[in-house]
Design a protein around this ligand. Sequence first.
Ligand code: BG6
Length: 487
Amino acid sequence: METVEPFDLILFGATGDLSMRKLLPALYRRHRAGQLGEDGRIIATARREMTREAFLEQVHDNLAQRLDSDEFSTSEWEAFAARLGFASVDAEAPRGFDALAASLAGGEERVRVFYLAVAPAHFVQICEHLQGHGLVSGRARVVLEKPLGHDLASAQAISERIGAIFAEDAIYRIDHYLGKETVQNLMALRFGNMLFEPLWRRDWVRDVQISVAEQVGVTGRAGFYDRTGALRDMVQNHLLQLLCIIAMEPPTSLEAGAVRDEKLKVLRALTRLEGKDALRNTVRGQYRAGAIAGQPVSGYLDEDGVATNSPTETFVALRTELANWRWAGVPFYLRTGKRLQERAAEIIINFRDVPHSIFHVTYGAGQPNRLVIKLQPDEGVRLHMMAKSPGDRMELRPVALNLDFAEAFQQHQADAYERLLMDVLRGRLTLFMRRDELYAAWDWIEPILQAWREAGDPPKPYTAGTWGPAASSALLGREDASWHEES
Ligand code: BG6
């Protein structure tokens, strides 16, 4: 089994939502799988003053509640807790950093990871304190959670200041979508099989859809969300990263530079949506009260923490293209939204129709092939094809070849954060965004934001529990296409 070198992982924001929901459970699971080695320490930090015992109690209750009962046992918890230290550290005050420095003293040879699970407004300050206290050892790495900036200029400002403290190959910019099992599988599908690659181009593909639909609203984080909106929260990072993996040229290896170079080319090939073009090719929506799975839910404007008449979008659909030989002219439709009918993240490759049908239409019209890559909730791949319907008549009907990963592999699918945390500890950068990718993504997003700002129109309302505003279907309808919706 692959373990790791001795490490100190310093977790900033350890009592926050992300740490409790994702990071600490992920670390516990990797500990349980024996992957954290004998000598891996986790030093949790939080702004509030509390004792280590009080912190441990909070983590214990959180894990006991979140993990399955067969994953959580007292003996394993005790072994995990022995790795956990705690320090109160306030980004605004250097005092706590002295205590942190004392607990790290003598550990310069160990892998040292600073995980900043805090609001990005604190990133620079924390890094400067770390540097000021001599904590940025030769083996130090920093992990930054999104959003990295609000626009290109702020992303550059943050990156330049952090780049003055940590070398680029010591900066791990997390996009947790890249750690998802099925996203990894997308690479396996494309580059581990001969079957798809020859078809993976404009000659055979009619359109590509990337859709990340959520049922959750913004409850609990409305303050952040209202300043952010769906374009910045989801499209700028997760959806564009998925698009990169779908559209990139085969990298020469899985080495970080090779993969990131190819992704960067995709981001740079995206056609820019500016002014009227941006308005014509994007749809912004905002949910109104409705029902999700039979339960009434309130509208966005009634959520606590949302500004009166907020213009923030909770839904985006857009159409773009890639200006390169492989993809020129193929529409890439992207869609994401909160409070939609289903929780479903999918990538759809719609192939072109057969050039000439030999089957009489009265015997059933043919449907072009469609490859559905399901990222969540049920991970799998489905290939829709035409087959002859049993019986005398030559009648076609669509059938699906279905690969369900959970069924095929029958093993626990690691959460994205489990994989990403281990990659940080092992020093593998492939699944993290490089600085130039981050800039290229913001550079493409910015004219859309500007066009929306200048137009000043409010987002289009949609009822919670639907698939978003009608304009989203119309965007595809213009080209005789429609969103793939199974339910
Ligand atoms: C986060 C966004 O990055 O991703 C959230 O900030 C969103 O708004 C979440 O809900 C979705 O992640 P997942 O893994 O649940 O699809």
